[in-house]
Design a protein around this ligand. Sequence first.
Ligand code: APR
Length: 243
Amino acid sequence: MTETPSIVILTGAGISKESGLDTFRDSDGIWAKVRIEDVATPEAFARNPSRVQEFYNARRAGLKDPKVAPNAAHEALARLEREWPGEVLLVTQNIDDLHERAGSRNLIHMHGELLKVRCEYCDALLEWDDALSTATPCPHCGRKGGMRPHVVWFGEMPLGMDTIYEKLDTCGLFVSIGTSGNVYPAAGFVQHVRYRGLAHSVELNLEPSQGATLFAEVILGPATEIVPAFVDRILKDGVPEAA
Ligand code: APR
């Protein structure tokens, strides 16, 4: 009896698009409206902290919109975690909380979380669903000027990488959903899996990503349609042999 293969799933902004949250690189995406250099680098925060805080305050406030809720794709991944007999690790590049709200638990936010903030002086990590400003005193050490979004900016190290690579090295199935494959290290996960040759790899996306040709299987369409169907297939037929 072979052991049940573990599954690693990577998600990107595309899985939250049908929940009403913008992606980054689509023509109507976030980076079509603001420059990464102005709001998503440590240099931007040092140069103009209020500009950066305002950018994340607007996105944090957007999460409170009652129209922004987990969609059928988020819910299907939570069902897969509940019903698959082996481990399912969900690694998301997204900083929204839609996977948690859908019920996913075994989850790594490798680019941080919009609803958390941290103090650069005392490293306190706090749940936060309100606006943040440079004048906000740290509830932990009381100092002002050090509170920042708990979001990984360009040039900073993504979170949870040791665990992620450990799980990529042992999984039987790697699934990439709703990401354009533009940003490393996430965009390199499929090569990491293919190099071992022991796992099946599937991309589910609205259109082929930069790395589409590296996947053994590519399924195109909106996430709310293709992800529930894919989860049904895996729960019914199991994980295909590594291609
Ligand atoms: N269903 C499935 N996929 C979709 C949908 C949808 N409804 N809508 C868009 N997509 C796809 C797009 O075709 C695109 O390939 O989602 C992908 C979104 O790509 P990006 O906007 O580049 O977002 P992402 O890949 O998550 O960006 C990675 O870059 O800017 C940084 O930190 C930021 O985490 C982000 C990282």
